[in-house]
Design a protein around this ligand. Structure first.
Ligand SMILES: [Zn+2]
Length: 151
């Protein structure tokens, strides 16, 4: 096992790229058991006219395609914001080993808030969850984005 190294900076870069495209700035990366980033994505719901095109879903799809598998055992997912219930469920379905996320999302999150997907008995696979990783930076990106849209 390789020594721990956070890949949240790569997820934050994907979030900033999403903001530059006019999308809500959330970014996600999937890291292989060997410690390589195999997929990175930011939100593309507007660009793709797709309410499911959250950063985590796009990153999982790309990672599964790269791995040639519908499951990603031993892989880690980093995302700048607490996953919503849809993404939390997809993370469970993909058998992600560890989830690292940044900002908490009391309004739309589904991990520590709302339905708390991983605590639900129907969640057949539960990743290890680490929250608050670079949370201030992720929150600042979101605040700046929504402030600019209101202004
Ligand atoms: Zn989501």
């Amino acid at each position: 096992m390789s020594p721990f190294r956070s890949h949240m900076k790569a997820a934050l870069a994907a979030a900033r790229a999403a903001a530059a495209r006019g999308e809500v700035p959330v970014g996600a990366v999937v890291v292989s058991p060997g410690g390589t980033v195999i997929a990175a994505a930011g939100n593309r719901t507007r660009e793709l006219n797709d309410p499911t095109a959250h950063a985590e879903i796009l990153a999982l799809r790309a990672a599964c395609a790269a791995a040639g598998s519908e499951r990603l055992p031993g892989h880690d997912l980093y995302v700048t914001l607490e996953p919503c219930p849809m993404c939390a469920s997809a993370i469970s379905q993909a058998r992600i080993a560890r989830l690292y996320y940044g900002a908490a999302d009391p309004k739309s999150g589904g991990v520590a808030h709302g339905p708390r997907i991983f605590q639900h008995p129907q969640s057949h696979h539960v990743p290890e969850v680490y929250d608050g990783i670079d949370a201030a930076e992720a929150e600042a990106l979101l605040k700046a984005f929504f402030a600019a849209r209101r202004g």
